[in-house]
Ligand binder design. Sequence first.
Ligand code: SF4
Length: 443
Amino acid sequence: MTQPTEAPTVWLTTLGCAKNEVDSDKILGMLAAAGYAMAQAPGSADVVMVNTCAFIEAARQESIDTILDLADHKREDASLVVVGCMAQRYESELAEALPEADAIIGLDRYPELVDRLDALRKWTPITIGPARRSHMDILYETRRPTPSTPWAYVKVAEGCDKMCTFCAIPQFRGKQRSRAPHNIRDEAAKLAAAGVAEIGLVAQDLAAYGRDTGDGDIVSLIRSVSAVDGLRRLRLFYLYPKEIRPALIEEMTSNDRIADYFDLSLQHSSARLLRAMRRPGSGDRHRDLIESIRDAAPDAALRSSFIVGFPGETDDDVDDLASFLGDVRLDWAGFFLYSPEEGTPAATMSDQLPEEVKAERLRYLQALQDDITTEATIAQVGRTLSVVVDQVEAGQPVARSYREAPEIDGVVLLDRGEPGEWLTVEITGGYGTDVNAIVVGPA
Ligand code: SF4
């Protein structure tokens, strides 16, 4: 290959969770600082990258399908690069199974990423920016300079100290490492200055932030970040129930800039199954927690995720979860089929369930929750809320209030509005996950 004179262009497809989206933003920021340009489509890019997810079997399959699909659609001379959790966890297996990939770069090796791409493209960058420093911190200092949405995620810690028996994340993401509070606040301030008015804080175990460093805790962190100039809404993701202390509920519900939105990772209501998952609590403990949140903020929006088909789950456990859902009436809930993860204690438990049993249970619980979510949606009619317009889709402004997290929950469909605008709206109707609203003024 001859030495290219123009900057190589990069396309990055991101799979998996919000934490991966943050990593992708940082990777693109790092590449932009090193002189790379962004491609408009995978078919025109010099480097096609996939940020993979390895959380469960279905996510791994989606990652492989996406890699193969992009291998088919990329230019013949373009380089295909696999990054993310799957690259971290299965580097040698992927290298063998995917000859289509030119490089497989796991999370630990992101500091080498620019050099690896330079070598693949035989390109010498003109810009020698902060991305050249070989330290993991570069990932926290670089970020796509122009955010494409009025919201963004900020990752406050990497890794996890819990030992849930179904989860392989601590094996490949390691123990919790919290970022310094000033570092997080600086990143939030840069995003706010670039036009981001809503920030979602993410980590594997967000409410345990700071426990490893002793440098602040989640309450002091959200108090400080929410005070950043220009920021209008802070949203917290992945709250491990036992880590939700009264002081956190108090700060979240009394601070106007923090959404009354509680993303609880409850996983199940059966105390026996929770013990087998090595997670604390029970259906009654979960009920108490939800009651204390609603006591502090009656209109708080509640979301949770649940695992269906964990080894040993009985019909009685499913009934228990169904009656729990009927009692607590969460606004939003996600259900995930249990899949045995290599190297986890649950994978070798003897009473694994057949796939069709798990799928049937998931359909049943999902249908039950769909009705509850619709009921919660309809209950919004008549309320006046503050929303941000995320985009205009085929002439239709699409917005969100504190109740809806981006790309996860429903949306608010407006009669007018421009991307990035904050408006006061009145909810006029709704069904399923989405509501309709008319604009009554600026927010
Ligand atoms: S809290 Fe449990 S499920 Fe969540 S990342 Fe840590 S070990 Fe995995």
